[in-house]
Structures are given as structure tokens and as C-alpha cells.
Design a protein. Structure first.
Length: 256
């Protein structure tokens, strides 16, 4: 009960800070609203008892400003392979190298360009009863192609707080439902392509997950992305329907 109270206070504190921060940042600036759909399929497997691989495939579409037709324009395609190493069952380090391909959307001022991204990640887990909290830290190096066709190196820092709670089972096994809440803050290192404002974006997700089997999970919910424009003082407020499918334990260590 005490730990649950700490979580509630922490989550409410994060939401309050974001609301205040958002109002402060967007004061006297324009906020453009879009509707989007983000889809993701993740594949995971074990290499050894402590080492796992993962590959994410992501595809998103979006509307024009102040419109609801979220399936109007292709927005982004992502391919991202990972390696995860569990130092302990509750501490994990990870790395990935992936491609983000951004489609041209003239109506919202988005140009067509590729981005290659590398990152290291540290994640801490805390589990008690049906509750799971994680804190994730991720510095990433982005290679973004500019309008002249030259790749520019950009640094970005990310921190995510995530809470999950099982609703009908005590484990993430077949037919279990769970609740998800997360908040992630992005800090921009500054560059010609990404702009020189420290605040890059903030993402909030609230959703529900269902384990179809012990190793296949479906997750969906509302995702809000509040993002600063790179080269002006305005913001995009992206209202996203997110749909994810996860296939775990596709490979196992060879038995000796």
C-alpha cells in the first residue's frame, strides 16, 4: 500500500510538471494539432540466459493540421535491431542501430529524409506484487540528412518513467490483461537540422495490454507527442492511436 502510494504521487508529480512545462513553453506560441496512428511489431529471442536480441518494425501515418483523418499521409518507417544484456534480473543495458525514414508531407512542412540512429540504454526495474516500475535513460547519436544532402551528427538525451499493473493475473502469462502508463522527456543537444532549443519533445502514453499467449502480447492506447518545431517557436501536438504486437522467446539458448 505504501509503495503504491509512492507510485501514485510520483506519476501525478510527473504529469503536473509536464502540464506546467507545456503551458510555459507554449505561451504566446502556436500549437498545431494532428491525428496519427503508430503501428509497431517487435520480435525478441534469447541468445543466452542474460543476452537477448530484438528487432522493431514501426510504421506511422498522420493527418494534416487540425484534421482527424489520421490515415491520410505516410509519416515514418523505422527498422531497429537491438541487443539487451541483463546485469541482474532488474537492471538491463541495451544498444541499437536503426533507420528512420521520414516521408514528405508538404501540408505540415515535413521534408523527406533518412536518419540513422545509434543509442546506448540503461533501464532499472522495480517489481512488487502486480506492479512494475521502470526508469530508462537513453543517450542517442542521430545522423540526420540535411537539405543539402549532408549527414549531420546530433546528440539527444531521453528519460522515461513507465508503470505497468497486471489487472487479472499475477504474471504476464496467457490471457492476462495489464495497464500501462509512461512519460518520456527528450532533450535536444542542438544542431543546424534539429535546432538549438533544449526542449525537443515530451511523450505520454496510457493504454491496455493483453497477452494472447505466454509469448505474444497486444498493446494499444492513446499516445500524446508534444514536439517543438526545429526552426521556429511553434509546437506540434500529435494525438496518436498506438497499436503494438510483440513476439517474444522466438529463439532459445542451445542446451548443453
Amino acid at each position: 500500500m505504501f509503495r503504491a502510494s509512492i507510485f501514485i504521487k510520483t506519476a501525478l508529480g510527473i504529469c503536473l510538471v509536464f502540464i506546467v512545462q507545456r503551458k510555459t513553453l507554449a505561451q504566446n506560441n502556436r500549437i498545431n494539432n494532428t491525428a496519427q496512428i503508430w503501428t509497431e511489431v517487435d520480435f525478441l529471442g534469447k541468445i543466452s540466459q542474460k543476452l537477448k536480441w530484438q528487432c522493431d518494425l514501426q510504421y506511422s501515418k498522420q493527418s494534416e493540421y487540425e484534421a482527424l483523418d489520421f490515415y491520410n499521409h505516410p509519416e515514418q518507417l523505422t527498422i531497429r535491431p537491438w541487443l539487451h544484456y541483463y546485469i541482474t534480473p532488474t537492471i538491463r543495458i541495451s544498444t541499437f542501430f536503426g533507420l528512420w525514414y521520414n516521408y514528405s508531407i508538404d501540408a505540415v512542412g515535413q521534408r523527406e529524409y533518412p536518419e540513422y540512429r545509434w543509442a546506448a540504454q540503461l533501464q532499472f526495474y522495480k517489481i512488487w506484487k502486480r506492479n512494475k516500475i521502470s526508469n530508462r535513460f537513453r543517450p542517442e547519436i542521430r545522423e540526420i540528412k540535411d537539405r543539402e544532402g549532408i549527414f549531420e551528427t546530433v546528440f539527444r538525451g531521453r528519460y522515461m518513467f513507465k508503470y505497468m499493473r497486471l489487472l487479472n493475473h499475477n504474471d504476464y502469462d496467457k490471457n492476462s490483461w495489464y495497464f500501462v502508463f509512461q512519460n518520456e522527456l527528450f532533450i535536444n543537444g542542438g544542431s543546424t537540422t534539429s535546432g538549438f532549443k533544449a526542449f525537443d519533445q515530451n511523450r505520454v502514453f496510457v493504454g491496455i495490454g493483453y497477452n494472447i499467449t505466454d509469448d505474444i502480447a497486444f498493446e494499444t492506447g492513446y499516445f500524446n507527442q508534444f514536439q517543438h518545431h526545429n526552426h521556429d517557436v511553434n509546437f506540434d501536438n500529435n494525438n496518436v492511436w498506438q497499436v503494438s504486437l510483440v513476439f517474444d522467446n522466438l529463439t532459445h539458448p542451445a542446451k548443453k
